[in-house]
Design a protein around this ligand. Structure first.
Ligand SMILES: [Zn+2]
Length: 420
């Protein structure tokens, strides 16, 4: 058995809104699985090697539950456009470049390395429509030690001239792709881009495949008001956007829906009743002026809420930055709601970026015994100090202003995948 003993200030979010801190403690994993957190090293482990990080903070690593890998090269571009124009002007032409497998290899190698270095060890990620490039993305993530799900995007309408499949192609390529997936830690996910991109026939077939092969599903929901009107035109038989997914069997407790900015009480009930996961993407929603999602209402109503960077609608891969974006969005929402909804605290937002996704991956929140070891080690010693800070204060400051290079080690699935 391989034992890992990590020493430092251990910080985790075992419950929504709660942070556990063990100062100068020991985080022990056996064969990659967490055994426990200890204030004093148990006797049995006394003669084993310790990875001692001194005064550094040892925290849970992040889960980025919604991002677009082929938009990585256009990060930070076209930010003055609304969603539908942005898709046609920047997104679709960029994604079309991933037909070139060499370009895909180079770009995805870099993306996977950056995710690891930023402490994102779990992802649910959109690829492009290309089968080969999607397999390359999966391989690069696997090699970098990232875990989670990747989806070959399906779109047989409204993609423009160079970025669209026929319905038959979309279905047969998806089946071929699923058959070619054989990675240990990166699994496939059915990924209709969003309702306007997929014909009814395609949606029907994707629902059938997802249910037959027991593959999870990811897509977009109620991001922007123009999109809502468009979906209504396309599906006059559906009262609301979410019902276009439910109609085709794409709506269950393994479904991730990015955004849900404009999900009203009825739609939120539809999300809750099916156990669908709402992926809050605050940076993207602000950049594309989509709106402020009613996150506090969702949480109060018992919905599953997780966080996504949604690059390149979002402009940061760093989940520290997306966590603080979620806090700021919730403060804007509080103002919009006439001070009736509470904003997210640092502890709550940290939970959304880490522990909230644990059940999606079959684990428990926090550094729970039995979870695989997913952790980051952060040094904050170079930041100025007016007085000695408590570990809790350092945690808060670290979330808000972690400087580039602060992450000194990252563990994923029990393995150290990055060290500075
Ligand atoms: Zn998206």
């Amino acid at each position: 058995m391989e034992t890992q003993i990590i020493k430092g200030n251990i910080i985790s979010a075992p419950e929504f809104g709660k942070i556990d801190i063990t100062e100068n403690g020991y985080l022990i994993a056996e064969d990659g699985k967490i055994k426990g957190i200890y204030q004093k090293l148990p006797q049995d482990y006394e003669n084993l090697k310790i990875e001692d990080y001194g005064d550094a903070l040892v925290m849970q690593s992040f889960a980025d539950m919604h991002l677009h890998a082929p938009q990585y090269p256009m990060l930070g571009m076209g930010m003055d456009m609304p969603l539908l124009d942005w898709l046609n002007t920047y997104t679709f032409p960029t994604e079309a470049c991933f037909k070139d497998t060499e370009f895909a290899r180079k770009t995805y190698h870099r993306l996977a390395g950056e995710l690891a270095a930023k402490g994102t060890t779990r992802v649910c990620i959109f690829s492009s429509i290309h089968r080969e490039a999607t397999l390359i993305l999966m391989e690069e993530l696997e090699n970098a030690g990232i875990t989670g799900y990747v989806g070959k995007v399906n779109m047989d309408r409204n993609g423009g001239e160079n970025y669209q499949e026929t319905t038959e192609e979309s279905i047969s390529e998806t089946i071929k792709w699923l058959e070619a997936c054989s990675f240990e830690h990166i699994k496939p996910m059915i990924t209709p881009r969003f309702t306007p991109s997929c014909s009814n026939e395609l949606m029907q077939e994707l629902g059938r495949i997802a249910n037959e092969k027991k593959v999870p599903i990811q897509s977009h929901l109620s991001e922007n008001t123009g999109e809502l009107d468009w979906v209504k035109e396309l599906h006059p038989d559906c009262k609301q956007y979410w019902e276009t997914y439910r109609k085709y069997g794409l709506w269950n407790d393994k479904t991730l829906m990015a955004h849900c900015v404009w999900s009203d009480e009825r739609e939120r009930k539809g999300i809750k009743n099916a156990g669908v996961w709402a992926v809050h993407c605050p940076s993207s929603n602000e950049n594309l002026v989509s709106g402020y999602a009613p996150v506090r209402m969702m949480l109060n109503e018992g919905l599953n809420v997780v966080l996504g960077s949604d690059i390149a609608g979002g402009d940061h891969l760093s989940m520290f930055k997306n966590i603080t974006a979620a806090i700021r969005a919730s403060k804007a929402r509080r103002i919009m709601d006439n001070w009736k909804t509470d904003f997210l605290t640092v502890e709550e937002a940290f939970y959304l970026g880490t522990s909230a996704a644990a059940p999606f991956f079959g684990e428990n929140p926090g550094f729970a015994p039995g979870n695989m070891l997913h952790a980051i080690v952060v040094e904050d010693g170079t930041l100025p100090m007016v007085r000695p800070l408590s570990v809790h204060e350092r945690f808060e400051r670290c979330v808000y202003r972690r400087e580039h290079g602060g992450v000194v080690a990252v563990y994923s699935e029990g393995k150290k995948i990055y060290s500075k």
